[in-house]
Unconditional design. Sequence first.
Lengths: 337, 337
Amino acid sequence: MSGRIGKRSIVFDTKPAVLGYAAVVGKKEGEGPLKDRFDRILEDPYNGEESWEKAETSLIRDSFTLACSKAKLSASALDAVYAGDLLNQCVSSAFALKDSGVPYFGLYGACSTMAEALLLASMSVEAGFAASACAVTGSHFCSAERQYRFPLEYGGQRTPSSQWTVTGAGAVILGKGRSGVRVSCATPGRIVDAGITDMSNMGAAMAPAAHDTLKAHFADTGRSSQDYDAIFTGDLGALGHDILEELFREDGTELGVRYMDCGVLIYELRTQEVGAGGSGCGCSASVLAGHILPAMRDGVWKRVLFAATGALLSPTSAQQGSSIPGICHALVLEKED
Amino acid sequence: MSGRIGKRSIVFDTKPAVLGYAAVVGKKEGEGPLKDRFDRILEDPYNGEESWEKAETSLIRDSFTLACSKAKLSASALDAVYAGDLLNQCVSSAFALKDSGVPYFGLYGACSTMAEALLLASMSVEAGFAASACAVTGSHFCSAERQYRFPLEYGGQRTPSSQWTVTGAGAVILGKGRSGVRVSCATPGRIVDAGITDMSNMGAAMAPAAHDTLKAHFADTGRSSQDYDAIFTGDLGALGHDILEELFREDGTELGVRYMDCGVLIYELRTQEVGAGGSGCGCSASVLAGHILPAMRDGVWKRVLFAATGALLSPTSAQQGSSIPGICHALVLEKED
């Protein structure tokens, strides 16, 4: 029987199957270590649109359309789409999906959106509320800079702890299936506020939330990090990655080389001038759809823990002196033969 | 068996039960026709906080806490909370719930958030992923004016078609139960874009989405409007209410007096100077928790269709000339003895 396991986790007995996925990224992401992994790399940061916000919309729409086509499903065959983004009022997702005709659930999970969307899509498919459902999200460096930081033209300097918003989108379609990669378990995140107020150090703000969710996951399932071939956090970046390792070390757990962060993987940190690494909804989404799922398909990893992380702040909350609460949702992906 | 019915609807066989609910509203709402229905009416628009955004946060937190207490549940006993709001990056929900310790699913459904949250909470409870779950949302006139329109101090004139953002919040807790009000069915909304670009006429932008969802609901369930004792849209206001009536009239259906709109009910439109009526996430949320659910408990209505509506725009999308896409999620509430 599917249902709850332990205090916070959910087990999926029918294991919703990954039917299709796609990742579309920007030029800089297409020059990074994962450059050969993505479905499409943009030449033009506007992607032929009139504004960065509309470019972000087109990235999300393109990844959605491509994932449907790779799943051999027409969009109209989907019963639900779970989508969100970083823009005010989540307009890039809404405008990307507005003509799809698919029942739409708008989410705001900041950079954890891909995991939140996958979790809800898994629940829908598992319970029979949807025969197939899509999880999709994305972000754009230029629209995020304009909204969260400074006009790009200002050319402001960045602190080394800051992260680079990924221009990219990822879409994953779940449905009933007997083989391939499937979602077997999930641990929804609660909000953790470690009191960090530095908007240029998101890794430090989000790492305690990742620690909270992964610890709960291990306790609920009776598993340890050793039971996974790979563990991915969303976008803690190099600093957050090390903080999470240290938090587990204090618990007596070494995460070891199996632990990786999507924000560290997507760029060459020494040469690409991205501060502590990638961030944004599109970071974990494009690494999942471009790198993790294809590698699982190819047999590189059999069991993966995917734990996207989000910082639940706004420029207004930061200006009003509030701290930066973090969240992390985790899912177990298993390759079945 | 719970699952899908018709093209888009979902039937809940175990019928998640409403265990508790609460509505907290501002002074103006507390002077309207529903003034005796709310759990708490603020005297101070700041609710003792330093900013309107923090006041909005406190409204959401208060309605959540009160609903838990009325359900005789400690917050920590909840397995999930589904929450969202209108503020950029949905900060009022995140900050309201950050210390609750409850697994958190952030949503962005604009003014349809209460229905979206209830739909997802119903799915979680029905499928056994949560023993109990909360749906909560709210809005604040002052924080919305500042973000979407003009500084309040500017004293800008309002067009008669514009709506007044409700200062208020509502929370509903669902779980297993054998009596009282229960959720028996839902029809998730897809995005409908009627091409409206006037930010001061949200009713016209959202009415086609309400028409789309309600028509799908009637087709999927084989029911007509006559099968409901009352039908509520979220915040179409007086103009949107009439547009929806007209759209159904073109289909040969008279919605009649059983059809009401939360944005029309919450204010005295002739005297309270609110344009075409109330809007905002807190509109349908506080009318549901303050008026509809208590009236169902008291036997006024046995079967209600609750259809909250949202406009998926942002100031940026409007400034870039985009139209205003709408969405509407619908749920069937039934009183069992």
